[in-house]
Design a protein around this ligand. Structure first.
Ligand code: ADP
Ligand code: MG
Length: 529
C-alpha cells in the first residue's frame, strides 16, 4: 500500500510540474524533480524486491521510510535548503510512519527527518555544501536567526505530527481491536442464542405486549403443524392457546408477576394435548417487551399415561374377577356333585328328575363359561413358535365367512400382502385376537357393510388393519374399549377387546384404534417380528 501510494504521490507531483511547465511556457529548472522521481521509481523496484524477500513488515517499512527521507533531503537540497518549498514532504513521511509503525516509528522518523534536515541546512549555511545552481525561488538572505528559527519550527512540526498521528493511529488500532472482540463475542452469543432456540424440542413463541406473535422457533411450528409465516402476526387467542376472556385473565396474572401454566387436551379443536407456560419478557434494561410462550406436545405422553392406567386397571380387574370365578367354581362343583347323587335316587318323580337335569345342565354351562372366562383372564401359557401370521389371518377370515353370523349383506375384502409372513409367537392366541376383532367388526354392522382387512410391513413389524363401515364408537366408548365387561353388543361379554389387548401386549405389539361414530372403525394391530 505504502509503495503504491508513494508512486501515486510522486507521479502526481511530476505531472503537476509538467503541466505548470507547459502552461507557463517557460523553461523551469525542474531537473531535480525528474531526478527525484526517477530515483523514487528505481527505489520502488528495490522495495518490491525487498518486500518479496524479507517478510518482516516493520523492517520493510523502516527501510522504505529511510529511503524516502534521503530522497526528500536531496530534493530539499537542490531546491534551496531553507528556501525549499518541499520540506513539507518530511511531514508526509512522518505521518506515514506514525500511522503504520505507531509512536516509536513516528518518533524515529521525526528524529531522522530532523537530523537530515538540520544537518543539510547547517552544512549549507556554513558553506560545506555549495548552494545549488538552480533555484526555483529567489533566495532570501540566510541569517543565523532565520536558520535557527526555521530549524526549530520544522523540528517542532516533525515531532508534533509524529505524536499526534501515532496517538490517533494507536487509538484507532485499539478501538478496532476492541470492536473485533466485541463483534466476535456478539456473533458467538447470537449463535448460541440461535442454537438454543432452534435446538430445544419445546415450542417457543414470543408475543408482543398486544399478544401478537412475533417469533416462533422450528420446534414450535412443528408442534402446531403450521408454517412460521402463518403464525407470525397472529394473536395468541387466534392460535388457540387462550379464549379472549382467558387471555385477559392471563394478562392480569402476568402483570402480577405470575407465570401462567395450562394444559389443553383438545388444542385447536383437535385431539392434541398441549402443555404451555406464558411468562413476561423483559429486555436487559427492564423494559416490558411482551411475553414468551413455551409449549410442549403432550399427546404422546397422555396416551402413554392412559395406556399405563389401563394396564393397571386391567391387571386389577383381571385378578379380582379370576378370584371370584374360582370361588364360584368350587361350590358349583359341590352342588353339581350332590345333585348328581340325588338324581340317581329311585324315589324321584319324573318332574323332579327333569328339574334336576336342568340344574345339572345349567351348572355344567356355568362351569364352562367360568372355564372360558378364566382361560381369557389368565391366558394359557404362551407357546411361542414360528408361525405364518398371514396364513393365520386368512384362515380366521375363512372361518368367519362360513359362520352363521355373516349375512349376505356383509362383505369381507382382503388385501393381505405378502401372503406369507413368519412371526414368532403363540399362533393360537393371535388367531383368537383376529377372530375377536373381525367378529366385532361384523357385529358393529348389523345391517351389513364392508370389512376390509389389509396388512403391511413397516419397520419389520406386521400391521393388520380391520376397517369396518359399521356404527363406530363415541369418544367415551373408545376410552373404555379395552376395559373388561363393557359391551354394547346384544350377546356380548365385553371380554374380547380386553383379552386381545392382553395377548397383543404380551407379544410386544400394540393395538391402535380410530373410530368415528356412525362412520366406522379401524383397528390396527402391530406385531413385531
Ligand atoms: P363384546 O364383543 O363381547 O361386546 P369386546 O371387548 O369385543 O366385547 O368389545 C367391547 C365393545 O366395544 C363392544 O361391545 C362394542 O361396543 C365396542 N366395539 C368393539 N369393536 C367395535 C367395532 N369394530 N365397531 C364399533 N364398536 C366396537
Ligand atoms: Mg367382541
Amino acid at each position: 500500500m505504502l509503495i503504491a501510494v508513494r508512486v501515486v504521490v510522486v507521479t502526481t507531483l511530476l505531472l503537476a510540474a509538467l503541466i505548470i511547465q507547459y502552461t507557463v511556457r517557460e523553461v523551469l529548472p525542474l531537473n531535480y524533480l525528474y531526478i527525484a522521481t526517477g530515483l523514487t521509481y528505481a527505489l520502488t523496484l528495490a522495495y518490491i524486491a525487498l518486500a518479496l524477500t524479507v517478510p518482516s513488515r516493520s523492517v520493510n517499512l523502516m527501510i522504505q521510510t529511510l529511503g524516502d527521507l534521503c530522497v526528500e533531503t536531496l530534493l530539499v537540497y537542490f531546491t534551496g535548503g531553507l528556501d525549499s518549498p518541499f520540506s513539507f514532504l518530511y511531514l508526509v513521511s512522518v505521518i506515514a510512519a506514525s500511522m503504520l509503525l505507531y509512536r516509536r516509528g513516528g518518533l524515529l522518523t521525526a528524529s531522522g527527518a530532523a537530523i537530515l534536515y538540520g544537518a543539510l541546512v547547517d552544512l549549507m549555511y556554513y558553506g560545506v555544501f555549495p548552494m545549488p545552481e538552480q533555484s526555483l525561488f529567489l533566495p532570501i538572505a540566510w541569517t543565523s536567526s532565520r536558520l535557527y528559527f526555521n530549524m526549530a519550527a520544522n523540528f517542532a512540526g516533525f515531532y508534533a505530527t509524529a505524536l499526534l498521528t501515532s496517538y490517533l493511529s494507536e487509538k484507532l488500532q485499539r478501538t478496532s481491536e476492541e470492536l473485533d472482540v466485541n463483534r466476535q463475542n456478539l456473533a458467538e452469543l447470537r449463535a448460541l442464542n440461535q442454537n438454543v432456540v432452534e435446538s430445544i424440542p419445546s415450542g417457543l413463541i414470543t408475543l408482543a405486549t398486544s399478544g401478537i406473535a412475533s417469533f416462533i422457533n422450528p420446534a414450535g411450528a412443528n408442534i402446531l403443524q403450521m408454517q412460521p409465516a402463518a403464525v407470525l402476526g397472529r394473536h395468541v387467542t387466534e392460535l388457540g392457546f387462550f379464549t379472549p376472556n382467558g387471555w385477559d385473565d392471563a394478562r392480569e396474572r402476568l402483570a402480577a408477576g405470575d407465570v401462567v401454566r395450562r394444559e389443553l387436551d383438545d388444542f385447536a379443536g383437535a385431539a392434541q394435548s398441549l402443555g404451555f407456560a406464558v411468562s413476561p419478557l423483559t429486555t436487559l434494561d427492564g423494559v416490558d417487551a411482551g411475553y414468551t410462550l413455551i409449549f410442549q406436545d403432550l399427546t404422546e405422553m397422555k396416551k402413554l399415561e392412559a395406556e399405563v392406567r389401563l394396564k393397571d386397571r386391567m391387571a386389577a380387574v383381571g385378578e379380582l374377577s379370576a378370584g371370584i370365578a374360582h370361588e364360584i367354581r368350587n361350590p358349583l362343583a359341590a352342588i353339581a356333585g350332590s345333585v348328581q347323587v340325588l338324581k340317581s335316587s329311585s324315589s324321584l318323580s319324573t318332574q323332579e328328575q327333569r328339574l334336576m337335569s336342568i340344574v345339572l345342565k345349567e351348572s355344567e354351562r356355568l362351569n364352562k363359561s367360568i372355564s372360558d372366562f378364566l382361560r381369557f383372564v389368565r391366558p394359557q401359557e404362551k407357546h411361542p413358535a414360528e408361525f405364518d401370521v398371514a396364513a393365520s389371518l386368512s384362515e380366521t377370515l375363512d372361518l368367519l365367512e362360513n359362520s352363521p353370523e355373516l349375512q349376505p349383506a356383509h362383505e369381507i375384502r382382503r388385501a393381505i400382502a405378502p401372503p406369507s409372513f413368519t412371526l414368532v409367537g403363540d399362533g393360537d392366541q393371535i388367531r383368537q385376537v383376529f377372530w375377536n376383532l373381525a367378529r366385532n367388526a361384523v357385529q358393529a354392522m348389523p345391517k351389513g357393510g364392508v370389512l376390509t382387512v389389509s396388512t403391511s410391513i413397516e419397520n419389520g413389524s406386521y400391521n393388520i388393519v380391520f376397517a369396518d363401515s359399521g356404527r363406530g364408537m363415541s369418544q367415551a366408548d373408545l376410552q373404555r374399549l379395552f376395559q373388561p365387561f363393557r359391551t354394547n353388543f346384544p350377546s356380548g361379554t365385553g371380554l374380547g377387546m380386553a383379552i386381545s389387548y392382553r395377548i397383543v401386549q404380551e407379544h410386544g405389539g400394540r393395538i391402535d384404534v380410530s373410530s368415528r361414530e356412525g362412520a366406522g372403525t379401524a383397528i390396527t394391530v402391530t406385531l413385531p417380528r
